[in-house]
Write a protein that binds this ligand. Structure first.
Ligand code: 6R9
Length: 648
């Protein structure tokens, strides 16, 4: 590695100005910030006109019942019509909507005309089961086209979908089905994971065995493996859907009609069912997808690598791109199956122009080696995106150089399940980007960094990220628990009326925002606030470190002590631990020197790639490891613990 490797969040100073060619053709320009500031509601009304409305709203925003917003009051639209039919009606029926790629290389190109037929058939099938607008439908499916047909069919009928990760346990699925009182579960016989067929229906059977609300289980045949069958309850997708009429007349629903519930974990208690509605949500996902990804529907091939069980899959695979008439790649499998060049092979095969992924995958690619992307033609790419966690400058620079050929702008997009759509991000062609910073709230969005008292901090200052103005795709509540909604997000800065995001952040001297990780990930060592992200960034800036996760463990003298878990690059051994402790002390200051550095073979991650620091904290504090049901791979904790036992 070069001197780049000495960078971390504290001293990062590089900037990358937009290339003039990109800027000249960009969808947005700097004037959008001022226009939105001058007339926010007028700005959002203009964004809502990207969509096709059956009837126009009477006012843009009703905030009189804050914190429950109503956007585009009285407006009516059909979300699925906006994502599908209107593109066909506009003459784009032959454009590929979804270029689906199976893990094993089977592929299927679905045009907008095909999508209209498939969604119509699915909607007719769901209606034939007696489902009515407002009913909840749980969906647990792998990344297959039927997952998207099912979501859009729900939207078309005004049914509220609740998509649950394919990797979630029966217990996790059961609690979500129960909480939402879903009438239907859509699942598959199995799913392909790293070349092997893994069961899915066996898990969903276990989950819904005692769910009184479930009337039917609709099963897509994907792997062909044998499944148990409950007569009367279970239905094959091909039996029910294939024979339906492929036309369906969409009905317009109120702008505030519920669209979906998506469960996300809080710091305590059961997962929260985050509720999103129709008009404001679709407006903001369409606008942000157009502005942040600079999407040109006629020429771009867009690829977001998220799973549809994550909010990124909802907003930036299903609703945003399809509302904008994009052509996109949807990939079923894992990035290393059947080989570690799989993503680059897909970029080359389809000529992907826009690639949107998570820092954890970028760091994994770094670990696998520069020569892997170098073996493919990635010259079609013109824009790269990042989401899910703070991206450390090291990974950002690697992404730009080895994937983006030193020419593609990178958009580091900050947002949450609760915000529904991107809130803070550079604008490509407009913003001079900085590795590791999400930079500025988008035009129309209000965000600031405040101290404990809710007062905005100055340049160079740090504190809490808050959103100070309502936004169209904001959550409308937590399903069935309004009190928890108010308590979690609106009580911390109730006097100011700010939404509390739960993230730490700081301003740099230019007033750009740097996200520092969850507030619950901020450590306090001898009264000094140190973010886990800053220490991790320092660690991965050392050439021996591939990945790092840092937790604050209870410490009798200092309050918390810093414990780092590191994966070393090939050829390194645990003797480097002392060097790493000194390296962090040198990069950040002696106060940030980790109390312990533990070398591990893997880190525990959720399916969306977030490191589960809670589990690492259990190890660091010598406790029994807590609930691991949301881990992508539940064997990882055993692997980590056994490695530590043999090392000590
Ligand atoms: C979209 C998504 C939300 C939390 C959020 C923050 C972290 C997401 C980030 C980022 C720094 C970014 N996060 N994007 N932190 N920079 N670009 O990830 O939603 O799963 O609800 O997670 O993820 O901590 O609060 P969700």
């Amino acid at each position: 590695m070069t001197t780049d490797s000495l960078s971390n969040l504290m001293d990062e100073r590089r900037t990358f100005a937009p290339e003039s060619g990109f800027a000249a053709a960009a969808n947005v320009d700097a004037g959008w910030y001022a226009a939105a500031d001058a007339d926010r509601e007028g700005f959002w009304a203009a964004q809502a006109r990207r969509l096709s409305w059956a009837s126009e709203w009477s006012n843009v925003l009703d905030w009189s019942d804050a914190p429950v917003a109503k956007w585009f009051v009285g407006g009516k639209l059909n979300v699925a019509y906006n994502c599908v039919d209107r593109h066909v009606e506009a003459g784009h029926g032959d454009r590929v909507a979804i270029q689906w790629e199976g893990e094993s290389g089977d592929a299927r190109a679905i045009t907008y005309a095909d999508l209209r037929r498939e969604v119509s058939k699915t909607a007719n099938a769901l209606a034939s089961l007696g489902l009515r607008a407002g009913d909840r439908v749980a969906i647990q499916l792998p990344m297959i086209p039927e997952a998207i047909f099912a979501m859009l069919a729900c939207a078309r009928l005004g049914l509220v979908h609740s998509v649950v990760f394919g990797g979630f346990s029966p217990t996790a699925l059961r609690s979500r089905v129960d909480d939402a009182q879903a009438r239907l579960l859509i699942t598959s016989d199995g799913q392909f994971r790293r070349g092997k067929a893994a069961p899915m229906k066996a898990n969903t059977d276990e989950a819904v065995a005692d769910c009184a609300s479930i009337e039917h289980v609709l099963v897509v045949r994907r792997t062909g493996s044998t499944v148990e069958w409950t007569e009367g309850r279970d239905l094959w997708w091909h039996d029910l859907v294939d024979g339906q009429s492929d036309t369906h007349e969409p009905e317009a629903f109120d702008a505030e009609h519920p669209l979906f519930i998506l469960y996300t974990s809080g710091t305590t208690g059961n997962p929260k069912g985050i509720l999103h509605t129709s008009g404001g949500y679709l407006t903001q996902v369409a606008y942000t997808h157009h502005a942040v990804f600079d999407l040109k529907p006629e020429s771009d091939v867009y690829w977001c690598t998220a799973d549809i069980g994550w909010v990124t899959g909802h907003s930036y695979i299903v609703y945003g791109p399809l509302a904008n008439g994009a052509t996109q790649v949807v990939y079923e499998g894992t990035p290393d199956s059947p080989h570690q060049g799989r993503h680059f092979e897909i970029i080359q095969k389809y000529g992907v122009t826009i690639y949107y992924t998570a820092p954890t995958l970028i760091r994994t690619f770094m670990k696998w080696g520069d020569e892997i992307p170098a073996g493919y033609d990635l010259s079609s790419l013109r824009l790269l995106g990042s989401v899910g966690e703070p991206i450390n400058p090291e990974a950002w620079i690697w992404y730009r150089k080895h994937i983006g050929g030193d020419r593609c702008p990178i958009v580091d997009t900050w947002w949450q399940t609760e915000t529904g759509a991107i809130m803070i991000s550079p604008l490509p062609g407009v913003t001079s980007t900085k590795p590791g910073s999400a930079q500025r709230p988008l035009p129309g969005i209000g965000a600031r960094v405040v101290d404990d008292a809710g007062v905005e901090v100055g340049p160079g200052g740090g504190g809490y990220l808050v959103l100070d103005k309502p936004w169209p795709s904001m959550l409308r509540g937590i399903w069935g628990d309004e009190e928890r909604f108010r308590e979690t997000y609106w009580s911390r800065f109730a006097d100011e009326g700010f939404y509390f995001a739960g993230d730490g952040a700081k301003y740099d001297a230019d007033g750009d925002i740097w996200l520092l990780g969850r507030v619950d990930d901020v450590m306090n060592v001898s009264g000094h606030r140190i973010s886990t992200t800053e220490v991790e960034s320092a660690l991965v800036s050392h050439p021996s470190v591939a990945e790092a996760a840092v937790v604050g463990a209870a410490d009798p003298t200092t309050g918390q002590g810093i414990v780092a878990f590191v994966i070393l690059r090939g050829g390194q051994d645990a003797s480097v631990v002392g060097v790493l402790r000194d390296h962090v002390a040198k990069e950040i200051g002696p106060i940030a020197k980790p109390r312990q550095v533990l070398v591990v073979p893997e880190l525990p991650k959720t399916r969306s790639g977030k490191i589960m620091r809670r589990l690492l904290r259990d190890i660091a504090e010598n406790r029994a490891v807590g609930d691991t049901t949301t881990l992508a791979d539940s064997s990882v904790m055993a692997l980590i613990s056994s490695g530590l036992n043999t090392a000590s």
